[in-house]
Write a protein that binds this ligand. Structure first.
Ligand code: GLU
Ligand code: ZN
Length: 499
């Protein structure tokens, strides 16, 4: 049931530091789902005001991640929009102007305290059991005091003056939250060198861009009362639409050992999942379960179903646990659901990565892939498994190797009569297709040598595919073709240990 509200404006506003991580993707996904559910707009904004930590490479990775995930945005980099530019590094004039107006209106003041002074007073407050945030020292400096600081060549930061009152808001996920002034001290918004801080630019842009709902991680909850006060000051000086957005804080994601998943955790890296061959459908389905569910009894759904049902009110405030096994199981289901041609197309890069397919595969190679793909799709969890499952078909004859552990188990001296009889049977076979291949091998091995089928085919499988686990053997032989099948059987025979 769609809950249409075209006035909804949400944003995804990552900082381009490091690689995209799953917590970030979950935030992007929930904002996207809410925009699509309501028919509102998703603004994609790049918060790159920290030149020491931001990188161009990370910026491109963010765009690439969003495109790969299929999370499209209505305003932002590459698509533009009425509030362009959407990279904060290109909006510095705006922030300088707003900072000056906040200062003039008395909502912000110069703070001359040095780090050492701040630290010493914080320690003293802590020792006395008092709140240890900024103590308001520079709120109302006299002209004389300011003159002294200037003589000392101190460079002030700009600090926002928090109102001396309780701030309370209705969090869309967590209900009413209340913050007392002693716990929300005045905070810096512009560095001494004039660089604006996240604390300023994030709410300023939300105000200017008309953001109606802020959905973000719970780690940002402590900045919300400060930002609410700042919105009110911005409304007063006429910056933005004059309204404060609704806030919803998404639950923490817990990783191994029930610790908060940090963005530096390898388990959190989006690229790792991409490289392993998770598909976007599986990953998005799984990530949407970190704090949300379609119904109590259904874990498996596609993005259309998510969009149709998505509701912030149904986001759970309890920490969500990242469960790799479940993520894999859900991915496997989505791999199974892929249309055959789509599945084949997505496998190509995974065979290209280790050089099993060239950058421009031939029609013949693609045809071979189209034939083997259906034999693997049912059992595949992540797409990179295609290398182990079907690499034997694409590898150049001179590069083909047999898994040493599997060879040690299956290609023992006992395998000699099996391989010899198989070579003979297959050499003579007229029609080299699965059924005749199976019939001929059965006759030669089971009837002829009296070996149980279970034992008869394992050495063949290892010799021909290189592994004990492979797609169905007789189909594999057909796809490989008679000459290469026989070559591999003979070369396995040559390599057998002496009896
Ligand atoms: N750039 C901030 C971050 O990546 C955005 C926080 C927010 O959503 O307000 O943490
Ligand atoms: Zn101060």
């Amino acid at each position: 049931m769609a809950n249409t509200d075209p006035d909804v404006r949400v944003r995804f506003c990552p900082s381009p530091t490091g690689n995209p991580h799953v917590g970030m993707v979950r935030t992007a996904l929930f904002n996207w789902a809410y925009a699509r559910h309501t028919g509102g707009k998703l603004v994609f904004r790049i918060e790159d005001t920290d030149s020491a930590r931001d990188s161009e490479e990370s910026y491109h990775q963010l765009l690439d991640a969003m495109s790969w995930l299929g999370l499209d945005w209505d305003e932002g980099p590459e698509v533009g929009g009425p509030h362009a530019p959407y990279r904060q590094s290109q909006r510095m004039d705006i922030y300088a102007d707003v900072a000056e107006r906040l200062h003039e209106a008395g909502h912000a003041y110069h703070c001359y305290c040095s780090t050492e002074e701040l630290d010493a007073r914080r320690e003293a407050a802590r020792a006395a059991g008092k709140p240890s945030g900024y103590d308001g020292h520079c709120r109302d400096l006299s002209e004389d005091q300011v003159a002294v600081y200037k003589l000392e060549k101190r460079e002030p930061i700009l600090r926002f003056r928090m109102p001396d009152r309780t701030i309370s808001f209705d969090d869309l996920v967590r209900g009413t939250l209340t913050f007392e002034p002693e716990n929300v001290p005045d905070y810096g918004i512009v560095r001494a060198n004039g660089a604006p801080l996240y604390t300023l630019v994030n709410p300023v842009d939300d105000a200017l861009m008309g953001i109606t709902h802020v959905l973000r991680g719970e780690d940002l909850l402590s900045s919300t009362p400060r930002q609410i006060a700042l919105y009110e000051a911005l409304a007063e000086i006429g910056v933005g639409a004059g309204t404060t957005p609704h806030f919803g804080h998404l639950p923490y994601v817990m990783g191994e050992g029930n610790k908060k998943l940090s963005k530096r955790d390898p388990q959190a890296s989006l690229n790792m999942y991409r490289e392993a061959g998770f598909i976007r459908e599986g990953l998005l389905n799984y990530l949407s379960l970190l704090g949300w569910s379609l119904t109590d009894d259904r874990d498996l759904f596609d993005m259309d179903e998510l969009v149709a049902a998505f509701d912030i009110a149904k986001v759970n405030s309890n920490p969500a646990r990242f469960d790799l096994k479940k993520c894999e199981a859900i991915n496997a289901e989505h791999v199974r659901r892929l249309a055959p041609e789509d599945f084949v197309k997505r496998l190509v890069p995974f065979l290209q990565a280790p050089g099993l397919l060239p950058a421009e595969p031939s029609a013949e190679q693609l045809d071979l892939l189209a034939k083997v793909a259906p034999l693997t799709q049912e059992r595949m969890v992540v797409l990179s498994e295609i290398v182990n499952m079907a690499g034997f078909l694409f590898v150049a004859p001179e590069d083909f190797t047999v898994d040493p552990a599997d060879a040690a188990k299956a290609l023992t001296a006992d395998a000699r009569p099996v391989l010899e009889a198989s070579v003979k049977a297959l050499e003579e076979l007229e029609d080299f297709t699965p059924e005749p291949i199976q019939a001929a091998l059965r006759e030669a091995l089971v009837d002829g040598l009296g070996i149980k089928p279970k034992f008869a085919f394992t050495p063949l499988r290892v010799a021909v595919t290189g592994r004990r686990v492979s797609p169905p053997l007789f189909e594999s032989m057909e796809l490989l073709g008679r000459p290469e099948t026989l070559r591999r059987l003979r070369s396995a025979l040559d390599a057998l240990p002496a009896a």
